[in-house]
Write a protein that binds this ligand. Structure first.
Ligand code: ZN
Length: 308
């Protein structure tokens, strides 16, 4: 049973944007739009918002949304949208546009651009992790094997799983950051130098708005768990993002929740800022939600449906 929703996109590749986990080429994106067009009513973001507010969205009405203000979206996906005369939502967090790097995205870029392949990255990462963990390493390795960690993700390689286990279960954020910083220094990789290749600038955002796309909120610094912040901290996240984006593109009326995370405080803050539509990052809650809980399907699930 279909239910109105948006499709959520992140990474694209082509030209200077190298392929990375889950990224789409322009051709694959175009094929996906054909596939969606054949099964749904693919609406522009402006039309979707109009129908949303007048309660006129049908179960097959969908729209497209792009999170995190990534330059690859502007370079690869926007020309495909232009060809089809289709406008979309772009949800942007301000900190990276104001020159503050986001580690998650920087590390992803470093992994895909700083090494011959992912195995070379893993070899160097595992060697540094061994230096940190020393004699504890073999105990962690045994626990990892006994847990059959991430067995629900059959497409991960053994190294993918071991890397995630070390990062998320053993090292913790601080030691993980230290290892990544050491690796980046060894490779003379500077986060500041790649920021302009990773994220859109204010002039890109202005251009998107001028072409009829809707630029919306995605918090200031993209916390992975914004619901852990108190009301005032969350308010600061969205207020700073709102003030920045309105100064760049004029009015701001839409948003998506970073990592799909929010609580009642978040919803109150969005109402106070006059936001008119907000998007989740999954399809798990289809009916009960209010105006800031419109479901979204991850593009990876569309890829799976197309192949299945
Ligand atoms: Zn995001």
């Amino acid at each position: 049973m279909p239910f109105t929703h948006a499709i959520m996109f992140h990474h694209f590749h082509g030209g200077r944007h190298l392929p990375s986990q889950g990224s789409l080429s322009a051709a694959a994106f175009s094929d996906m739009l054909d596939w969606l067009d054949a099964r749904y009513n693919l609406l522009g973001a402006g039309e979707y918002l109009r129908r949303f507010e007048s309660g006129a969205l049908g179960p097959r009405d969908i729209c497209l949304s792009f999170d995190d203000g990534l330059l690859c979206q502007y370079d690869i996906a926007v020309p495909v949208l232009e060809e089809r005369n289709l406008d979309a939502f772009f949800f942007v967090y301000s900190s990276v546009i104001m020159g503050l790097p986001n580690n998650l995205e920087i590390y992803r870029h470093f992994r895909t651009h700083g090494f011959r392949d992912i195995d070379e990255f893993y070899a160097e990462f595992f060697a540094l992790a061994e230096d940190v963990l020393k004699s504890d390493l073999s105990r962690h390795r045994r626990a990892f094997e006994e847990a059959d960690y991430l067995r629900e993700f059959p497409f991960y390689t053994e190294s993918d799983k071991w890397f995630r286990y070390l990062r998320d279960q053993v090292l913790g954020p601080e030691r993980y950051d230290e290892i990544m910083t050491a690796l980046m220094e060894r490779k003379a990789f500077s986060p500041q130098d790649v920021m302009a290749d990773l994220w859109m600038s204010e002039s890109h955002l202005k251009d998107l708005a001028a072409r009829g796309h809707i630029v919306g909120l995605h918090s200031f610094s993209h916390p992975t768990k914004i619901s852990r912040l108190d009301y005032d901290q969350q308010y600061a996240e969205y207020r700073k993002n709102y003030d920045h984006l309105t100064s760049v593109v004029g009015s701001v009326s839409a948003m998506s929740h970073p990592c799909g995370d929010y609580n009642d405080d978040t919803l109150k803050i969005l109402a106070a800022l006059g936001i008119r539509i907000g998007f989740r990052s999954n399809m798990s809650r289809l009916r009960a939600g209010g105006p800031f809980e419109v479901p979204r399907e991850d593009h990876a699930n569309i890829v799976r449906a197309m192949n299945g």
